[in-house]
Design a protein around this ligand. Structure first.
Ligand code: TXA
Ligand code: MG
Length: 320
């Protein structure tokens, strides 16, 4: 990536800070905004220069489409044809950590790069009050991938954003630490059949309870959610999984009460929601120690499925 070029301002989550963030978005600038999942790198989704800036700031491949963030369901339905099952999920989980991928409507006005040229769009109504206030103040639609350099650990605090993108974006709007801590669950559709394209902040079990049917996996064999590439969320250090007895050189990340002596714990009590909320912050902190990382086993149920998904990608061999 190029050298940093601008001073990134820190905006407080006050009326003045939110108004300034909305003004920056209207001017085509990029603002990191808090959401309940992770911080997003927000830009005006209808402004091709702003959208190009998002890809440039993150070093993101052009073929990886962005999620569009909206203030209300009517805006979402104006952009895309959401199938009945998608509307059922939207009513149950929006605003919240759910993204729906649905066919674009004509006249959507999005910059083509937002959808990477696909005829579908990913939509989400975030629940974080500061995100909602910013979307309402801006009035438009906001494209926002996670506010980290492409392929690295997602940010759950303003400090994480500044460490990764400081000097490359206009501002970060401070909304504190993200409560959910994992990116949204992404659901797409094959006709009326719902497919889980990315495990995330809502468990498969909770989604299926609303659908009344099992979620399918994407069977096309294509990477339809390109963020699903094997190597992702990568710390600088190497990472080993399912480790009950770490090597002396390793930083150990524990889960549950039996991991005595671990430098970090995702949750002392073995609570999966707490572990999800802490996951990326613990990975950032462990990575800063400059030693190999070992992580204790995390059960696969509930949010554990998404936690293990992120850990497997963080441990996968790197391309570069
Ligand atoms: O929680 C979240 O979803 C966060 C916050 C900021 O909202 N955002 C986020 O964005 O995780 P990002 O860019 O890191 O991940 C977006 C994912 C990628 O895997 C992308 O490929 C997928 O959404 N995606 C976007 N548009 C798509 C589409 N039309 N079809 C399939 N996948 C799509
Ligand atoms: Mg991301």
């Amino acid at each position: 990536m190029d050298a940093p070029q601008e001073t990134t301002r820190q905006l407080a989550p006050t009326q003045a800070g939110i108004t300034e963030a909305a003004r920056l978005l209207s001017a085509g600038a990029l603002v990191a905004m808090p959401t309940e999942t992770v911080y997003g790198l927000a830009g005006d989704a209808r402004n091709p220069d702003a959208v190009a800036g998002i890809f440039a700031a993150k070093g993101r491949p052009q073929h990886n489409p962005l999620i569009v963030h909206l203030a209300d369901l009517d805006q979402a339905r104006a952009l895309a044809e959401i199938p009945q099952r998608g509307l059922a999920l939207a009513r149950a989980f929006w605003p919240g950590p759910l993204t729906l991928v649905a066919p674009l409507r004509a006249g959507h006005g999005l910059a083509p790069a937002v959808t990477a040229g696909l005829n579908s769009v990913a939509l989400r109504l975030p629940a974080h009050p500061v995100a909602r206030a910013l979307l309402t103040a801006f009035g438009g639609v906001v494209a926002a991938p996670s506010a980290n350099p492409s392929g690295r650990i997602s940010p759950t605090t303003p400090a994480h954003v500044l460490a990764g993108l400081g000097g490359r974006i206009a501002a970060v709007l401070d909304g504190g630490a993200c409560a959910v801590g994992l990116e949204s669950s992404i659901v797409g559709f094959d006709g009326e059949a719902a497919l889980l394209l990315r495990e995330g902040g809502i468990s498969r079990e909770a989604l299926e309870a609303v659908l009344g049917a099992p979620l399918g996996r994407d069977a096309s064999g294509k990477v339809t959610a390109p963020g699903q590439l094997a190597a992702h969320y990568a710390p600088r250090a190497t990472l080993r999984l399912n480790v009950r007895a770490p090597r002396p050189s390793e930083v150990w990340i524990g889960f549950g009460p039996e991991c005595e002596g671990a430098e970090f714990s995702l949750s002392q009590t073995g609570d999966l929601e707490e572990a999800a909320a802490r996951l990326f912050a613990v990975l950032h902190a462990a990575d800063a120690m400059g030693r190999p990382i070992a992580v204790a086993p995390v059960p696969e149920r509930g949010l554990g499925a998404a936690i293990n998904d992120r850990l497997r990608r963080a441990a996968a061999p790197r391309r570069a």
